[in-house]
Design a protein around this ligand. Structure first.
Ligand code: J2J
Length: 554
């Protein structure tokens, strides 16, 4: 087991092996087995690339040999920041094969996040596209490489521009040592709640099982054609899209983004049967489906998740898209729930899914970790064969975030239906869910506190029909208050990903406090929602005193 990762107690490991969840197979071997079983079947379609299982397997092998030749080997961390391309999939399996561990960044991340991932994991390589969405990743990589001494290689998909082209590292397949299936296969990013992002170490055997369990829960088979249009490097598209589809011998189709323009022609052409969407994208699809002429009749089901799907919107999905609705609830740390094909409609409309493994253990607890009465709301705790036991190199955070007996405190408020389906009711964690991108408020607050015009700041999520939540920064200024545009520029200058920029700015005299003297985000959010109008007009410049509820916790 890798240094910095929490091991599974042997008693649990044994149970999961006996149950057949954990198998003696690495993710690299999984692809080899699939290539033998489904060799000429199309595994992957992305842009103009259309690869069979055998071709993907060969490409992964060649790339593994090339990476080995470069000196990248077992236990080396490689930060991967690629958009939805076939190369990304080949690279992941190549890294799995040599036992190197991809750290999965998002295309939207910038120097602040990437430098942190590279430094924290002591990465030896960083893989980028050349230019994507009008952004030149080579400039970003040059900046990161200058700051991170461990980084020996920057590999570029496409034009090398001074670095090594990914295409040039392909060698002839060679025999490579086999990683241990219990070892970490990859690092996923946690939504996070603290000042620095947390990395989730996922091992070959347990992460592979999560994909198999999703495939079973969703009845995937060889006929499954799953379209991923969200960034593939998120856990949800990776397990539900890539892993589950491959386990079933289906076809994975990648789109560059989720807009109807980007996806509808692909659905028609590839006869897509399944796809995952966040509620905001589903809304766009439903509107476009009314007038668009593309044939979407191959869609068997759309799965909506990542952020709460309101029941009113849920009700419109099946009539508008002409296929079944399924909801998905999950987390990079593990536990995920999906509806089953025979779940009754009223359950599908109001709940977010049922855990996928018979060995998933969930508890719903109050603030003292006591189980709440059945059906009541409390914090969701999770443990099971694919839910991690700790974050990478974060012992103190792990002590707070995992119970002594290994349950992960999800920070989500839920209630359980008698059937076991999870209903999402809110969060206790200091996180904003903006269009399913998770933002740790503290991380952005720390960045903003470096602004000379900001004395204090609190970030909260406000409800938004399309994104689920929008980011509101409440700022106590120092001198002349900054504007929203200045804050965005400031964060851009510090290399922060744009999805973390505030959508709204409130200038206030002071922030409401809890009895313990911490900023009460609950009060702040309630005030912002109830005031509707910008708080600034009532709290600043007018000389008006803050309402008492604004300075004290309710
Ligand atoms: C409300 N909140 C949700 C939902 C996740 C499947 C599906 C999603 C993710 C994911 C995933 C939600 N309604 N339907 O990894 O395998 C919020 C919760 C959760 C957090 C985790 C998967 N589905 N959420 O979104 O790691 O707050 O994973 O704890 O990105 O998203 O975010 P993430």
């Amino acid at each position: 087991m890798l240094d910095g990762c929490t091991p599974w107690p042997e008693e649990f490991a044994e149970r999961y092996r006996v149950a057949g969840h954990w198998r003696d197979e690495t993710l690299g071997e999984l692809l080899g087995r699939l290539a033998r079983t489904h060799s000429y079947k199309t595994a992957l379609v992305a842009g103009t690339d259309r690869w069979s299982y055998a071709e993907l397997d060969t490409r992964a092998d060649r790339l593994a040999a090339g990476l080995d030749w470069l000196g990248i080997g077992p236990g080396d961390r490689v930060v991967v920041q690629l958009p939805n391309t076939a190369e990304l999939v080949a690279l992941l399996f190549a890294l799995f094969r040599i036992g190197a561990q991809p750290v999965l960044a998002l295309p939207a991340h910038r120097s602040s996040e990437i430098t942190y991932f590279c430094e924290f994991t002591e990465a030896v390589a960083y893989v980028i596209p050349d230019v994507h969405m009008a952004f030149d990743y080579r400039e970003l990589a040059a900046d990161v490489a200058a700051r991170v001494p461990t980084l020996k290689h920057v590999l570029v998909a496409g034009d090398p521009g001074g670095f090594t082209a990914l295409g040039d590292v392909r060698g002839d397949p060679v025999d490579l040592p086999r990683p241990d299936p219990a070892e970490v296969a990859l690092f996923l990013l946690s939504g996070g709640t603290t000042g620095v992002p947390k990395l989730v170490p996922r091992a070959h055997q347990e992460w592979s099982y999560s994909g198999r369990a999703v495939a079973e829960a969703c009845d995937y088979g060889e006929e499954t054609v799953h379209l991923v249009s969200l960034p593939l490097t998120h856990n949800w598209p990776l397990t539900h899209g890539l892993l589950a589809t491959f386990h079933a011998g289906g076809t994975l189709v990648l789109a560059p983004g989720p807009s109807p323009d980007e996806t509808f022609p692909i659905i028609e052409r590839e006869r897509v049967t399944e796809t995952g969407l966040i509620p905001g994208a589903a809304l766009l699809w439903m509107e476009a489906a009314e007038w668009d002429e593309y044939d979407l009749s191959s869609l068997r089901r759309v799965t909506i998740g990542g952020t709460k799907l309101q029941p009113e919107l849920a009700r419109r999905v099946e009539p508008a898209l002409g296929c079944r609705l399924q909801q998905a609830f999950g987390m990079a740390e593990g536990l995920c729930g999906f509806h089953r094909w025979d779940d009754p409609e009223d359950v599908v409309l109001v709940s977010q899914g049922l855990p996928v493994s018979p060995d998933d253990e969930v508890r719903v607890v109050d603030e003292d970790d006591h189980d709440v009465p059945p059906g009541e709301v409390g914090q969701l705790l999770a443990r099971g064969p694919y839910t991690v036991r700790g974050y990478y190199r974060a012992p103190e955070h792990n002590d707070r975030t995992f119970t002594a007996d290994g349950f992960y405190r999800t920070g989500d408020l839920v209630r359980l239906l008698p059937s076991g389906h999870i209903v999402f009711e809110g969060r206790v964690k200091d996180q904003i869910n903006r269009g399913a991108e998770k933002i740790a408020a503290e991380e952005v607050e720390n960045q903003l506190l470096a602004h000379p015009g900001i004395r204090e700041v609190a970030l909260v999520g406000l409800p938004d029909e399309v994104l689920g939540e929008r980011i509101c920064a409440c700022v106590v200024p120092r001198g002349t208050p900054p504007t929203l545009a200045e804050l965005s520029l400031f964060l851009r200058g510090r290399g922060v990903a744009a999805f973390k920029f505030p959508d709204r700015l409130e200038i206030v005299h002071e922030l409401p406090l809890t009895p313990l003297g911490k900023v009460s985000k609950k009060t702040l959010t309630a005030l912002l929602i109830s005031s509707g109008a910008p708080l600034s007009s009532s709290l600043i410049g007018s000389g008006a005193a803050a309402p008492s509820s604004f300075v004290k916790d309710a």
